[in-house]
Design a protein around this ligand. Structure first.
Ligand code: GDP
Length: 344
């Protein structure tokens, strides 16, 4: 068995070519749910879905989210209606009171569907509708995720980190941008989708993590190990998992290797550097190693000269296609064996 921890880009990219190194039948993917939001009453799980869509062969590989060749008729109509009615395009949070009313899993991240600030494709929406309806029928998020995985013919076991709500909330430095008056705090999706990571960040909070239980399936998979952390944003993709006490303890007990999302201090994509800086880590491979005290070995880019206190396997870590992913997966397997783990 091998367990991968995943956000929405790095680990899905790694999995898209890892099957000859890590047998899918013996692979569990634990996906981050801190980025999830409820939008117009539907629970949207971006990281879970990128894994499901990639492994199910339907991912839009240009954008690395959503379903390939999907249409956006409902989304376009939502935008047009709001525009015609003179309604602000949002993001439109529900009231403070409504944030904690309704299904618990969506606490602290409920948005109105008016003007739909995130683009949801038509086929994509059917996934969110099915997920939310199954939750309302009484299933937990782990069960629902496995049901969707079966429907999409996903060969690996995909589970959320928790069946409880954990919301990644970005605390901004007030008045730090000329764009507008940013709220003092905003959900990660507002920060990323609506503001393109522009606001200055003071801190990132994982609301609910202290009381959230690990999903038993995620905890069991991490305890069994070994664990591969693909190149991920250590703050908003892996941070929510590490913030759940049982998962953090399990990571310290098991063999873990991590692929750096940096080449020294150069990030491949996304807001990882800015967010790491904000929470007190050097935005670099060294900072990633500091963020993962439980990691036993690393995979670093061959151009990355960072000297770490733990073993490192070097390869070209840029992943554009399946052959790249396979090369990085082989390096991860080599790092696992250097860390003393048995690789199936
Ligand atoms: P998110 O959920 O979309 O924020 O994505 P993840 O946390 O899964 O991954 C984001 C990280 O992936 C970023 O910090 C990027 O630097 C890293 N990344 C993206 N593409 C590559 C790649 O081809 N190679 C490596 N090593 N890292 C990558």
């Amino acid at each position: 068995m091998t367990t991968f921890l995943s956000g929405g880009t790095g680990t899905p990219k790694l999995l898209a070519g890892a099957e000859s190194v890590f047998d899918p039948a013996d692979t569990t993917v634990v996906a981050n749910t801190g980025d999830d939001v409820e939008l117009g009453g539907l629970l949207v799980c971006p990281d879970v879905d990128t894994v499901l869509f990639e492994q199910g062969g339907v991912l839009d590989r240009e954008r690395w989210w959503g379903i390939a060749d999907d249409t956006t008729e409902t989304h376009d109509e939502l935008r047009a209606l709001a525009d015609a009615a003179g309604l602000d395009s949002g993001p439109r949070y529900l009231s403070d009171e409504a944030q904690n009313t309704g299904r618990d899993i969506a606490n602290w991240r409920r948005f109105s569907g008016v003007a739909e600030f995130m683009e949801i494709g038509d086929r994509d929406r059917a996934v969110h509708l099915t997920r939310t309806s199954l939750l309302d029928e009484g299933h937990n998020l782990t069960e629902v995720t496995r049901t969707l995985a079966a429907a999409l013919d996903v060969p690996v076991d995909v589970v959320p980190m928790s069946d409880d709500p954990v919301a990644s909330i970005v605390h901004t430095v007030d008045g730090s941008s000329s764009d507008s008056d940013f709220a003092a705090e905003m959900h990660f999706q507002e920060f990323w989708v609506a503001h393109r990571a522009d606001p200055e960040v003071a801190d990132v909070e994982f609301r609910g993590a202290e009381s959230a239980d690990a999903s038993p399936a995620a905890l069991g998979a991490i305890e069994e190990g070994p664990v591969v952390i693909g190149p991920s944003n250590p703050v908003t993709s892996i941070g929510p998992m590490v913030a759940i006490e049982k998962l953090r303890e399990a990571l310290h007990q098991t063999t873990v290797v991590a692929v750096s999302p940096f080449v020294e201090d150069e990030v491949f994509s996304g807001p990882a550097a800015k967010l790491m800086d904000a929470v007190g880590y050097e935005p670099s491979t060294r900072g990633v190693a500091d963020a993962y005290p439980f990691a036993d070995a690393f995979v670093l880019d061959e151009a990355d000269g960072t000297h770490l206190d733990r073993p490192a396997v070097r390869t070209d870590t840029r992943m554009d296609d399946a052959a790249d992913a396979r090369r990085v997966a082989e390096a991860a397997a080599e790092a696992l064996s250097r860390a003393g783990a048995e690789v199936a």
